[in-house]
Design a protein around this ligand. Structure first.
Ligand code: FA5
Length: 341
């Protein structure tokens, strides 16, 4: 066996270790020299086959070279791993000085937020969401609701008629009451949100297009106390536990008796302010016990069943809740306004 040249082996190993590009390459070099079949390993293993004098000389040299190489490998390994970790961290780092928020988070329109809040309060009370068309017939919008042709109550809601007058843009969500009662038999509890239209001049509190939520409950033995309890609970949930609700008589042809619900002014707590016109109370909705004539039109026996109904303006509730003083702000699509909610 030729005498191994340890000097050459050392020079070559140092050269490769120093030039290893990364820790994976370094491990290959380690295997090449110190692995199971590595060049230096083979030298060490072959020592036993050498004549004794040669072995005496080469043995310590080879062993110290092995230690030397292991040290060199360890040092280089440490160097390379540090470099690689640094590179990885730099790639992952967050530059906290970069501008943020270039993407704006979308959220529902304030009217949608209030609409959803109203629905979920009533859904918790067992009301199901119902739906009806925005283009209605005279029958559903008026006649079936006990407002016959030429009845003066039609003047309460100036109407957009379509064509010769049998079709119109619904002036309230009450026609959904009729559509539901035609299809379903009591007991029933529904809540019907939607857009409504009135031929009205726009001002700070009125719009020609606005939104209502209609409610209807029909069962045996429902009384005005159920109506009051349900709506008072709604007001507390919507405006907070301190809010009070008050009812005063009102007239809607499709209910008897009819009422309006007022809530204590959330701005002045009943002390009187500009918003409540110094009365301490704000009008929120129309309501009442379903009129027997309405039940008769949909084939429900008014001797057996009673019911209560209510209709509220979504804009008005949103204005109260958010402290908004002009209804037109909802429709301007001005992000400076909308982003506040
Ligand atoms: C009605 O529309 C009845 N259908 C309510 C009802 C339902 C009574 C069931 C009895 C039983 P009224 O016209 O008052 O009633 O309108 C109801 C609510 O809609 C009002 O309290 C108000 O909050 C809102 N509202 C009415 N007109 C406008 C308008 N032009 N702009 C914005 N909100 C309005």
């Amino acid at each position: 066996m030729p005498e191994p040249n340890l000097d050459n082996l050392k020079t070559e190993a140092f050269r490769l270790i120093d030039s290893a590009a990364d820790s994976a390459a370094l491990e290959e070099i380690h295997v090449k020299f110190l692995g199971r079949k590595g060049e230096l390993t083979l030298v060490l293993r072959s020592l036993g086959e050498l004549p004794p004098e040669q072995r005496k000389l080469l043995g310590p040299q080879a062993n110290s070279l092995k230690n030397l190489l292991e040290e060199r490998f360890q040092a280089r390994r440490f160097e390379l791993e540090k470099k690689e970790t640094d590179q990885r961290l730099t790639g992952q780092s967050v530059d906290v000085t970069l501008p943020v928020g270039t993407r704006r988070a979308a959220r529902p329109h304030p009217l949608t937020q209030i609409n959803n809040e109203i629905l979920s309060i009533f859904q918790e009370l067992g009301f199901e969401v119902a739906d009806g068309p925005e283009i209605e017939t005279d029958h559903y919008n008026f006649t079936a609701l006990n407002i016959p042709k030429d009845h003066p109550a039609r003047d309460m809601q100036d109407t957009f008629y379509i064509g010769k007058g049998n079709l119109l843009l619904r002036t309230h969500t009450s026609p959904v009451q009729i559509r539901v009662m035609e299809k379903r038999k009591p007991p029933l509890r529904i809540i019907a949100p939607g857009r409504v239209y009135r031929h009205e001049a726009t001002d700070a509190t009125h719009s020609a297009i606005f939104h209502q939520v209609e409610g209807l409950a029909v069962a045996e033995n429902l009384s005005f106390a159920d109506l009051k309890g349900t709506l008072a609970l709604f007001a507390r949930r919507m405006f907070g536990p301190q809010s009070e609700a008050r009812f005063r008589p009102s007239y809607f042809p499709f209910v008897e008796p009819g009422a309006e619900m007022l809530v204590s002014c959330i701005f002045c707590k009943k002390a009187g302010c500009r918003v409540c016109k110094m009365t301490g109370w704000l009008e929120l909705l129309g309501a009442g016990m379903v009129h027997p004539n309405v039940f008769n039109k949909v084939g429900i026996n008014p001797e057996k069943f009673t019911g209560f109904a209510f209709g509220m303006g979504v804009e008005r509730i949103a204005m109260l809740k958010f402290g908004i003083n002009d209804i037109r702000l909802f429709y301007d699509n001005d992000l400076r306004f909308l982003e506040q909610f």
